[in-house]
Design a protein around this ligand. Structure first.
Ligand SMILES: Cc1ncc(COP(=O)(O)O)c(C=O)c1O
Length: 388
């Protein structure tokens, strides 16, 4: 029997990191000691109080059943309380907060609630790949908004043709940004709100990195800006804030009709989030003030080592004020893929080619700070020995 995949799978562009994965395997076989700066996954453990709460929660038979679709009320309440304390905006946990199996899950499902075949979705390029793929799965057409250095890696909304804006249902934005590490100020969000109102577009703000910021900088929530509640939903994640990527826990807040649209999709696809994990999430919100200073200090130290070292070898890189990413311009004469290949072949350093995040990422590579400082020193030492 011939097995044919659905068109929705076939239309997904080939896995752009496949080349690098192949290369990694090849270098490993040759015995190369790889320093992997390609992965956006914290190397640090989940804080102890969260783990202890999880252990207790697992023992409780009351947690062994199907959870409620929208999340335990106590979890949604804890998320709303954390949000109010951190951003001074209140949400009704009953109607405006939804538990997610990681923020990726919400981002992947939201187009199914609002996008009809033929609709546009405005998607940043470079950007987290799920915005594009979830749009395609819903039958929508991604319209890419280039994030360019000269615009501070913010999309230029005035450049979107009127006929595209009129047929757009969703706009994805993400600040602090993966992969560029750019941040957004209130004036940008004001512009987004005005644009969304004019064209009736739902704004999906991905705030997965809101609690990873340095030098005292505190990223804004989209909802701190007047008018955001009319047009938006914001995705939050416990993954990077509390080193909990493997636990799969996040939440969304926003206008009730938008949140309930996403909830309706979820009730038909998943059966909610394991209650013990929700209890651990409650502990995370109650126990810690975010950002957690020890975590931030570690990333700041790593960032300083890398930015200094990379600049000493003549590479162009901004020192990020948030996220654990470095967005590095490749030297003249190289494509993103060629430079990434050179780094892995000659220094055993794994970086992600920028074009893997969208066409406008060409000309950059992304490195992560999820490796300890001594290994980063070692990485810089090795990089200084190669010629480019
Ligand atoms: C920009 C962005 N959004 C969302 C996510 C998803 O995070 P999670 O599903 O772990 O909450 C990631 C993960 O790397 C990300 O980089």
């Amino acid at each position: 029997m011939h097995i044919e995949k659905a068109k929705r799978i076939e239309q997904i562009p080939p896995y752009l990191f496949a080349e690098i994965d192949k290369k990694k395997e090849e270098m490993r076989k040759k015995g190369m000691d790889l320093i992997d700066l390609g992965i956006g996954d914290p190397d640090l453990p989940t804080p102890r109080p969260i783990i202890e709460r999880m252990k207790k929660a697992v023992e409780n038979p009351g947690n062994h059943h199907y959870p409620s679709y929208e999340g335990m009320f106590q979890f949604r309440q804890a998320a709303a309380n954390w949000f109010e304390k951190r951003f001074h905006v209140s949400f009704d946990p009953k109607t405006e907060v939804l538990a997610l199996i990681g923020s990726k899950e919400g981002i992947a499902h939201i187009p199914l609630a609002f996008v009809n075949p033929g609709d546009y979705v405005l998607v940043p390029s470079p950007g987290y790949p799920v915005y594009r793929v979830s749009t395609l799965f819903a039958g929508g057409t991604p319209y890419f908004l280039p994030l360019l250095k000269e615009n501070g890696f913010l999309p230029k909304l005035s450049g979107i043709p009127k006929e595209v804006a009129e047929r757009s249902k969703l706009l994805f934005i993400n600040y602090p940004n993966n992969p560029t590490a750019a941040i957004a100020e209130g004036s940008f969000f004001e512009e987004v709100i005005a644009f969304a109102r004019r064209y009736g577009i739902i704004v999906c703000h991905d705030a997965a990195y809101s609690e990873l910021a340095f030098d005292g900088y505190r990223p804004l929530s989209f909802f701190e800006i007047e008018g955001a509640k009319e047009v938006g939903i914001e995705f939050h994640s416990l993954s990077k804030t509390f080193n909990m990527t493997g636990w799969r826990v996040g939440f969304a807040v926003g206008r009730a009709e938008i949140v309930s649209g996403l909830g309706r999709v979820k009730t038909n696809i998943d059966s909610g989030l394991f209650q013990a994990i929700q209890e651990a999430g409650i502990e995370a919100f109650h126990h810690f003030d975010t950002p957690i200073p020890e975590i931030i200090r570690i990333y700041e130290g790593r960032r300083d080592v890398m930015v200094k070292g990379l600049r000493e070898m003549g590479l162009e890189v901004d020192s990020p004020r948030a996220t654990f990413y470095l967005w590095i311009r490749v030297p003249r004469g190289f494509t993103s893929a060629q430079f990434a290949t050179l780094l892995i072949e000659q220094a055993g350093i794994v970086a992600t080619p920028g074009n893997g995040f969208g066409e406008a990422g060409e000309g950059y590579i992304r490195m992560t700070l999820t490796v300890d400082e001594s290994r980063l020193q070692e990485a810089i030492g090795r990089l200084k020995k190669i010629n480019f």
